[in-house]
Design a protein around this ligand. Structure first.
Ligand code: PEP
Length: 257
């Protein structure tokens, strides 16, 4: 809403080998009309092992898609076996990197300080973080979800400057809606995204907050994307399951206002 450019990002998670990645990226790029790709920022976020293939395809054919990674190391380089540095992602042409996804917060015990360090590492190499926050179901049931998510947001933005914040993307992803087929109602999602924007105004300025894109994620499908994306404080979506099939993902992009 409010003049911000819609962003639809497909988080493939730990799915698709490099051949499947090429096929999916090609189909998404060719099914969407040039005007549709002009109007929305469409991003694919494959596993690390697919990035080189996706890069070669997108660059070689000058496809109007952006791509990014699902995680990066907080460290710049060195003795961190199995990790991937931001500079490596930048060299591959990644525009975005997801930080603080709930699956990483849960599976890898990433806390807000780690997420903030990763966001800083992304900015250090000129990559835009898509910073994820969201409450688990027990917190929603207890009714403390807004303060919980705003706390996560402040902690995950610690040390991020106002200049950096102008280009960040925030994704509100209620954990109980991720991969479950249960979507937050458009109004509940809007309420949280508005609260997030209010917190961004407190942390930075109202002008900066008004320019930051806040996405909703959690069982977004073509059937619900239109309603979600037209809410005033929701600027697009972070899409998991429905980003793995070209028709579904294209349908979501087409639902963008
Ligand atoms: C996600 O992984 O960020 C996500 C929102 O997944 P899904 O769309 O499958 O709920």
């Amino acid at each position: 809403g409010s003049g911000r450019r819609t962003l639809v990002a497909g988080n493939w998670k730990m799915n698709l080998n490099h051949l499947e990645a090429i096929a999916l990226t090609q189909k998404v790029a060719f099914d969407l009309k040039p005007a549709e790709l002009e109007a929305v920022d469409v991003v694919v976020i494959p596993p690390f092992t697919d990035l080189r293939s996706v890069q070669t395809l997108i660059d070689g054919d000058k496809l109007k898609l952006a791509y990014g990674a699902q995680d990066l190391s907080a460290h710049a380089s060195g003795a961190h076996t199995g990790d991937i540095a931001g500079s490596m992602l930048a060299k591959l042409g990644c525009s975005y990197v997801v930080v603080g996804h709930s699956e990483r917060r849960a599976d890898h015990h990433e806390d807000d300080a780690t997420v903030a360090a990763k966001a800083k590492a992304a900015f250090a190499v000129g990559i835009t973080p898509i910073l994820c926050v969201g409450e688990v179901e027990a917190i929603r049931v207890a009714g403390t979800h807004v303060e919980h998510v705003l706390g996560q947001l402040a902690g995950s933005l610690a040390g991020i400057t106002a200049e950096q914040a102008t280009s960040i993307v925030i994704a509100y992803e209620p954990v109980w809606a991720i991969g479950t087929g249960r979507t937050a109602s458009a109004q509940d999602a809007q309420d949280m995204c508005a609260a997030i924007r209010g917190k961004l105004a407190d942390l930075y300025t109202g002008t900066i907050a008004a320019g930051i894109r806040v996405l909703y994620g959690g069982s977004v499908k073509a059937a619900n994307a239109g309603e979600l994306f037209t809410m005033p404080d929701i600027d697009g979506g972070l899409v998991g399951g429905a980003s793995l099939l070209a028709d579904d993902f294209v349908g979501i992009v087409r639902s963008s206002p």
